[in-house]
Write a protein that binds this ligand. Structure first.
Ligand SMILES: Cc1ncc(COP(=O)(O)O)c(C=O)c1O
Length: 392
């Protein structure tokens, strides 16, 4: 089968040195990242303080605008942040948790850091409602989640794609219900941005948080926050700073907030990190999320089919429309198998209570997926012994 996206492999040197199936955790480094770092050093060295005027100040929105189309967001609605945790703290600080509408509703599948952060709002009067999985640790019943969102709910901070199981939540239905009862939604798109189409504007999400570290191949320190245009003039984040001011360089003792996405900033931006995000974002924009998704579904489908033939448990939804870019396999003794795979440069990761996560991206081949599953089957303590046969 010809696969035009494999032509991008030469831009990502590590994929030829390893079996790189870990893009849900750390996307492969594009060649352009080294040049971006060199450009940063050169600017600092040659321009000194003047580098701020030559693009450093604007980097948070310049890179945000590069991420925006991948989120289905218009320009001027996405701003870079140091981490999803910090971006979520800014969102959390837009609400008064001491009032009647004080509920936070999320699922058991959120990323722990985000759950810790929202649990902290209880000290300010919030009530946190955690909707459990169906008992499988993989999926959540949509009706149960929608029923939990009621007139007491202020915010629904929810993963679009769950980090352990890759379960896709119905973002449009969640936003519709939340808005019907007067609540807001903060979608965590960290596990979907760059590997599938996202439509934050069409879904009418209030906020989205995510980052470039994973499927966007942008390296660490590159989270982002989307804030719907109308909220940029209305909300008053209490986690704030001088970069959120209308005129930061007036250094006024009292904050006059910017009427733009800058309102959701805090302090000095992490310029080198954001510069490094540019090449990955440009590549993903050029390929486009629809083409990446089509390939991603084929790769994850292949992993599941092969795992099934070996009898390896799959801890990920089987229907492609409910599954993100990751497949979690749960053979017995998965943690030590994962360690062995890493020793052999088959790059995957392991999550307790879930299993081995395999996350192929546009630069991976079907053969690489097969290689990883075959090796897992060989290493499994009680080999199921069923040969995958042929080249299915
Ligand atoms: C869905 C999701 N949300 C949040 C995070 C954590 O983000 P950060 O470390 O930027 O706070 C992760 C990291 O793996 C994640 O997968």
């Amino acid at each position: 089968m010809s696969d035009p996206l494999l032509a991008w492999r030469n831009q990502f040197p590590i994929v030829d040195r390893t079996t790189y199936l870990i893009s849900n955790s750390l996307g492969a480094m594009p060649e352009g990242a080294s040049e971006a770092l060199a450009e940063y050093a050169e600017m600092w060295d040659t321009s000194g303080i003047k580098a701020w005027e030559k693009g450093w100040w604007d980097i948070v929105t310049e890179i945000g605008d590069l991420a925006a189309p991948l989120l289905g967001a218009p320009p001027g609605t996405v701003v870079m942040q140091p981490s999803v945790t910090v971006a979520s703290a800014i969102v959390r600080s837009c609400f008064d948790w001491a009032g009647h509408r004080n509920r936070i509703v999320h699922t058991e599948l959120e990323f722990p850091s985000v759950m810790y952060l929202y649990a902290g709002a209880q000290a300010e009067g919030a009530e946190v409602v955690v909707v459990p999985t169906r008992g499988d640790g993989i999926t959540v019943d949509l009706d149960q989640l929608l029923d939990a969102i009621d007139e007491r709910t202020a915010l629904v901070p929810i993963s679009h794609v769950a980090f352990k199981s890759a379960f896709i939540q119905d973002a449009a239905a969640i936003c519709e219900k939340a808005h019907r009862v007067g609540a807001r939604v903060c979608l965590d798109v960290y596990q979907s941005a760059g590997v599938m189409p996202i439509e934050v504007e069409a879904w009418n999400a209030d906020f989205a948080v995510g980052g470039c570290l994973k499927w966007l191949c942008g390296g660490p320190g590159n989270a982002f926050l989307y804030a719907r245009r109308d909220l940029q003039e209305r909300l008053e984040p209490q986690v704030t700073g001088w970069m959120a001011a209308d005129e930061p360089f007036a250094f006024e003792p009292e904050l006059t907030r910017a009427d733009s996405v800058h309102r959701f900033l805090t302090g000095t931006p992490a310029v080198p990190a954001h510069m490094v995000a540019r090449p990955g974002l440009e590549i993903v924009n050029r390929i486009g999320p629809a083409a990446i998704r089509e390939k991603s579904v084929a790769l994850t489908e292949r992993i599941i089919e092969r795992a099934d033939r070996y009898g390896i448990d799959v801890a990920t939804p089987r229907e492609a429309e409910r599954r993100g870019g990751t497949v979690t396999l749960a053979p017995p003794d998965s943690e030590s198998i994962a360690r062995q795979l890493l020793d052999e440069d088959i790059l995957i990761d392991h999550r307790p209570g879930a299993g081995i996560r395999l996350a192929p991206h546009f630069y991976n081949s079907l053969d690489e997926c097969d290689r990883a599953v075959d090796r897992i089957a060989e290493l499994a303590p009680a080999p199921v012994g069923v040969s995958p046969g042929g080249d299915a």
